[in-house]
Design a protein around this ligand. Structure first.
Ligand code: CA
Length: 233
């Protein structure tokens, strides 16, 4: 099972939902965005392994974002698959000229989508990161979806694992409840901010008294995963 991260940039919610469904089923972790400005922030913040990018977006096209990403050293190697509703050959050429690594025309078959995605990943050398994540005495094994503290697997629910995976790969930064909903569960899932607090409580409980303080409340802002003691308390 792969754990590669895909950013889906698509303004049509139903298509985004289908893409997420198909890709999560294929074992990918998905993030979503509906415009290029937000997509750019998420690319820098969340460091996806591949971007699935719609051509026609409301505030600047997918081509624009591709050019920006490919011209910046920091993001030039990020594989991009362009999604488009148009089939004309000229569009295809334009898309590939912009630096997109591949092209998928809507409507697409789920099987084809996953196959193309994997082929671009192979070609561009993106390999699923199955490395265990270690923070202090905490080890998270993405392959088995287990959390181990001092050699003992702990009892933890699927939502809390997702939340913890995000925290452990993005430590020492404050995320608002809204950002956590967006990054951990995605926009298509209806979760209110109080539910985030519930999952945070469960996560702390699962981590136990000794490690619960890794998940810190930052008053007025949100939460932070940190091995440093919270100065505010
Ligand atoms: Ca669109």
């Amino acid at each position: 099972m792969t754990q590669n991260k895909i950013l889906i940039v698509e303004d049509e919610e139903d298509i985004r939902e289908i893409l997420r469904f198909v890709l999560e089923k294929a074992g990918f972790i998905c993030f979503e965005s509906d415009n290029i400005k937000d997509a750019y922030i998420k690319i820098i913040d969340l460091q996806p392994d591949l971007v699935l990018l719609d051509w026609m977006l409301p505030m600047g096209s997918g081509i624009e974002l591709t050019r920006r990403l490919k011209s910046d050293e920091l993001t030039a190697k990020l594989p991009i698959i362009m999604l488009t509703a148009r089939e004309e050959e000229s569009d295809k050429v334009l898309g590939l000229d912009s630096g997109a690594d591949d092209f998928i025309t809507k409507p697409f078959s789920p099987r084809e989508l996953v196959a193309r995605l994997k082929s671009v990943m192979r070609r561009t050398g993106v390999v699923a990161d199955q490395t265990k994540i270690q923070v202090g005495e905490l080890t998270l094994d993405p392959a088995s979806q287990r959390v181990i503290i001092k050699g003992q697997p702990i009892s933890i629910g699927p939502s809390e694992i997702r939340l913890l995976t995000f925290f452990m790969t993005h430590p020492e930064r404050v995320y608002s409840r809204g950002q956590l909903i967006d990054y951990v569960w995605g926009r298509n899932v209806y979760i209110d901010e109080r539910t985030v607090d519930v999952h945070i409580r469960r996560l702390r409980k699962a981590l136990g008294t000794e490690h619960s303080q890794l998940v810190q409340t930052v008053r007025g802002s949100g939460y932070r995963f940190s091995t440093k003691l919270d100065e505010v308390g």
